[in-house]
Ligand binder design. Structure first.
Ligand SMILES: Cc1ncc(COP(=O)(O)O)c(C=O)c1O
Length: 371
């Protein structure tokens, strides 16, 4: 099976290991196991319990306790509507493997994580791209979307809260998107890996799985719980979809690993503590970013409402890949080029981490731009 190169991941492979200032990361200050135990108030007895566990395959589709904790992140779900995966990346791929066939029409809303259009293309599906626009605050125009979906779409692939723009689809708009999908009996695969990182109000935004029978939510412990190293994600969907996914899953997952399951359960059961830690950090980082945006004339951006990244437009006649490569080569500041998301003259900046580094790196970037 031929597949296009995964631009973001390849950029990371090439540039991240030697970045002096990493503004490309999308996690919120990842936790160590010690920090996780401290936040959740667990003692050495807990560690002794972990160490005494036999390292067998564990519960094949995820432990009951983990699935109960995940179900509590949603309004209308129970453990039967959940299967556990290798990260959101594994979740997205499993859903696509289970539902998409050659010649199926797939509508993909971009900018997004590249899986959502390149995998369907690699399966021989007819992929229609819907491009979000900055002037619409990176939200879809529903008339345009409805026209594109038509009555022959099998699945709509989207990402909410959105990476890279940080936009969050308002509840009433999400209901309308579900209505559009319903007219063509289409599934909606919504990558909700940043759900839980809405900056204001309730941090946990509406999930497509809670409002639409054929809505599928994928997510993980990576961003919201700062535990990307666990490689633990999940799919939430109706039982019939979960059955189809699980029959594919037998071929590529078995189980996620009992330690991953164990620590993810602990984190998700303590969601309020971890999410408030992370929202506080993100708000701090966002303030540094917005202060810089106000000062720096060459750049502008729709202020993100959720997640950990901003999609920043720059007003200079230089392709984003060249800009990013030169910037890093000359200063050590790593930023992702917009072309990794199919948009030119944009940059993705992550602001959920290393705040001193963020401040310094943005200043270095400004000085470099002026040169
Ligand atoms: C939108 C989106 N989906 C999926 C992933 C993969 O996440 P995970 O670590 O849960 O596999 C990422 C990682 O950056 C992402 O931004």
């Amino acid at each position: 099976m031929k597949i296009e190169r995964f631009k973001v991941e390849e950029w990371f492979n090439k540039y991240e290991y030697w970045a002096k200032y990493d503004l490309a990361d999308t996690c919120v200050d990842s936790l160590s196991i010690n920090e996780l135990l401290e936040i959740t108030g667990k003692s050495e007895d807990f560690v002794a319990e972990v160490f005494s566990r036999k390292l067998n395959y564990g519960d094949i589709h995820g432990s009951q306790r983990l699935k109960n904790a995940i179900a509590a992140l949603y309004k209308n779900q129970s453990s039967e509507n959940i299967t556990v995966t290798h990260g959101t990346i594994g979740a997205n791929q499993l859903v696509m493997l289970s539902l998409i066939e050659p010649n199926d029409k797939v509508v993909s809303i971009i900018p997004t994580y590249q899986q959502h259009y390149s995998i369907p293309k690699s399966f021989g599906a007819k992929v229609e791209i819907y491009r979000l626009k900055e002037e619409n605050n990176w939200l879809p125009d529903l008339d345009e979307l409805e026209k594109l979906v038509g009555n022959d779409t099998k699945i709509i692939c989207m990402n909410n809260p959105n990476n890279p723009t940080g936009s969050i689809i308002p509840d009433d708009m999400l209901y309308e998107i579900a209505e559009i999908a319903k007219k063509s009996d289409a599934y909606i695969l919504c990558d909700e890996v940043y759900r839980g990182l809405k900056h204001d109000g309730n941090p946990i935004s509406l999930s497509v799985a809670d409002i639409y029978e054929k809505g599928i939510s994928t997510a993980s412990a990576s961003k919201v719980f700062s535990l990307a190293g666990l490689r633990l994600g999940w799919i939430v969907a109706n039982d019939e979809i979960i059955k189809r996914v699980n029959s594919q899953r037998e071929y590529n997952t078995i189980s996620v690993g009992i330690l991953d399951d164990y620590f993810a359960t602990l984190a998700i059961e303590n969601k309020d503590k971890i999410i408030s830690r992370n929202i506080e950090k993100i708000r701090f980082g966002k303030q540094i970013l917005t202060d810089w945006l106000k000062k720096e004339e060459i750049v502008s951006c729709v202020v993100p409402q959720g997640g950990t990244t901003a999609f920043v437009k720059y007003n200079k006649d230089i392709p984003s890949e060249i800009l990013c490569a030169k910037l890093q080569g000359e200063t050590g500041v790593m930023i992702l080029p917009g072309t990794a998301f199919e948009y030119e003259n944009y940059l993705r900046i992550g602001y959920g981490n290393n705040f001193e580094e963020l401040k310094t790196a943005l200043e270095i970037f400004s000085t470099w731009l002026r040169k």
